[in-house]
Ligand binder design. Structure first.
Ligand code: HEM
Length: 509
């Protein structure tokens, strides 16, 4: 170093150099250093060669940033195109700042990752941690506590018996949504479904978690909280990709703290009131998730803080996914009038026009189910499966070595658009699911919109039951016509949404 500085001084004095020249010359000796840390497969975060001995292919990306500039509303498409251009669909390495990531666009490797016990943790975003999700199912590390939460949720929130007992609620909320559709049509002559679906979805999950009777004001406040939480979690945060978590350039941490205080206060108050009611015996016939949590045997009880985190997560996760999926389906129905008519014909044949569709009809409405599957294939709400996984140990994935602490993603969107897996993948063709009974709950990774393995979505049956019933009823009651050209542009936030809300006409059939 001393010699380098001496030579530098000599060169400056001798050639009378300007500052830019000087800077350039001083960077030249650092060139091999940059080559070593940056120009490696996968880029900056894979700089240490020991981390990638089997040379997982991947883009070099920008110095220090990796491919962060490519992540955004179309990240799933960009990652798919990079993987395909580099011949890295099995496994691709890349860097998001200093975070080491692998991604697969292949069903077999996806199965290895999602179902392998090594990948049963999740990397936690700072916003998720501040919003208490680390103490809820989604981000809790895969130990005893997480297993305990999943067991409680599986037995008391998502069991087939419980999902079916919630049919009345789904029907009632659907009635309310249809009333709003009819109001909007008579007042404005067009319907914007997004707001109606979001409110319906929120009410549906709130009542299954807290029961009825919370009141409109609290319901609205919870709605604002979910919206704010959704924005915060979708926002880019430098601290998630660089070791600078103490800093808060954008005010994101401050906003998370503020929201968490509100959630703790509001949900905490609901819990406390319910506890008081149950000791007074004024709680009439509780059948909601909160009552179940409160009546667990002592050894299974959650602390007050953990209970608040779990209840908040249910409301948060259960609201947007269902609303977003139904909006995508309706956009496709408005766009493909022939397919809509075919589904309506099926409903008419099976149910007729004198009674409304019920849960028990759904298994017999094969074409309606095929439509849902085809929309999940073309527009999976979690194209990158929303929340990634984290390797807890060094592991071999196929022929590649993946070191401990690597974030692992599955590009489900790339798999469901792969022409070697799906014939004419860009065509909207529900008929492809009429030929065979294709499972979509995680056993076949060619279409696994709910993930797979130990961390598969626990709300999948509840979500599907809600989407199926609402779709069948919306089609039974109305003919859906375009009001403007249907725009299928998409935008990836926490989930993959229609970029612009769908507007259409609903004509009573
Ligand atoms: C159409 C509806 C839905 C879709 C497409 C969906 C999709 C997903 C996906 C892709 C994952 C990640 C799975 C993995 O890592 O393998 C997930 C996890 C999760 N989902 Fe869903 N979901 C839906 C509905 C729901 C509902 C209604 C709830 C709750 C009320 C819910 C609660 C959760 C939770 C708690 C997790 C985290 C599981 C864990 O880490 O152990 N989801 N979901």
């Amino acid at each position: 170093m001393k010699i380098f500085l001496l030579v530098l001084c000599f060169v400056v004095a001798f050639y009378n150099l300007s500052l830019p020249h000087l800077l350039f010359i001083s960077l030249v000796p650092l060139f091999p250093f940059f080559v070593n840390i940056w120009l490696v497969p996968g880029g900056f975060a894979w700089r240490n060669l020991d981390l990638n001995p089997t040379k997982i292919p991947g883009p070099v990306g920008w110095p220090f940033l990796g491919i962060l500039p490519k992540m955004g509303p179309h990240a799933h498409r960009k990652l798919a195109s990079i993987a395909s251009s580099m011949g890295a669909t099995r496994l691709m390495a890349f860097s998001l700042g200093s975070t080491r990531v692998v991604i697969t666009s292949h069903p077999e490797t996806a199965k290895e990752i999602l179902c392998g016990s090594v990948f049963s943790d999740r990397p936690i975003k700072e916003s998720a941690s501040l919003l208490m999700f680390e103490r809820a199912i989604g981000f809790a590390p895969s130990g005893m506590y997480w297993r305990h939460l999943r067991r409680i949720a599986a037995n008391h929130m998502f069991s087939p018996k419980r999902v079916s007992s919630l049919e009345c609620l789904r029907q009632r909320v659907c009635d309310q949504m249809m009333e709003k559709v009819s109001n909007e049509m008579s007042v404005r002559g067009v319907v914007e479904l997004r707001g109606i679906l979001q409110k319906g979805s929120l009410r549906n999950i709130i009542e299954s978690v807290f029961g009825s009777g919370l009141g409109l004001e609290i319901e609205e406040e919870l709605g604002f909280m979910v919206k704010e939480g959704y924005e915060l979690i979708s926002e880019f945060h430098w601290g998630d990709y660089f070791p600078i978590r103490v800093l808060d350039f954008t005010g994101l941490k401050r906003r998370c703290h503020k929201l968490t205080l509100k959630v703790k206060s509001l949900v905490g108050q609901i819990v406390e009131e319910r506890k008081r009611d149950s000791t007074k015996g004024t709680n009439n016939g509780p059948n909601d998730f909160l009552s179940v949590l409160l009546s667990l045997p002592e050894e299974d009880q959650l602390t007050h803080a953990d209970m608040v985190a779990v209840l908040w997560e249910m409301i948060f996760r259960g609201t947007d996914t269902v609303a977003i999926l139904v909006e995508w389906i309706m956009a496709r129905m408005v766009l493909h009038q022939d397919i809509q008519a075919k589904a309506q014909h099926e409903i008419e044949e099976l149910v007729g026009g004198h009674r409304v569709v019920q849960d028990s009809d759904i298994p017999n409405l094969s074409y309606v189910q095929a439509i849902i599957k085809e929309v999940l294939r073309l527009h999976p709400p979690g194209p990158l499966l929303s929340w990634a996984r984290l390797s807890t140990h060094d592991v071999q994935v196929g022929k590649f070595f993946v070191p401990a602490g690597t974030t692992a993603m599955v590009n489900m969107w790339a798999i469901t658009h792969d022409p070697s897996i799906w014939k004419n993948p860009w065509d909207f063709k529900p008929e492809r699911f009429m030929e065979e009974d294709f499972p979509i709950l995680g056993s076949d990774l060619r279409l696994a919109p709910f993930g797979s393995g130990r961390r598969v979505c626990p709300g999948k049956s509840l979500g599907l039951a809600t989407v199926s019933l609402w779709l069948a009823r919306l089609l039974q009651r109305y003919k859906w016509l375009p009001s403007t050209k249907v725009d299928l542009s998409e935008c990836l936030k926490l989930s993959l949404e229609l970029k612009r809300p769908l507007t259409c006409h609903a004509v009573v059939r």
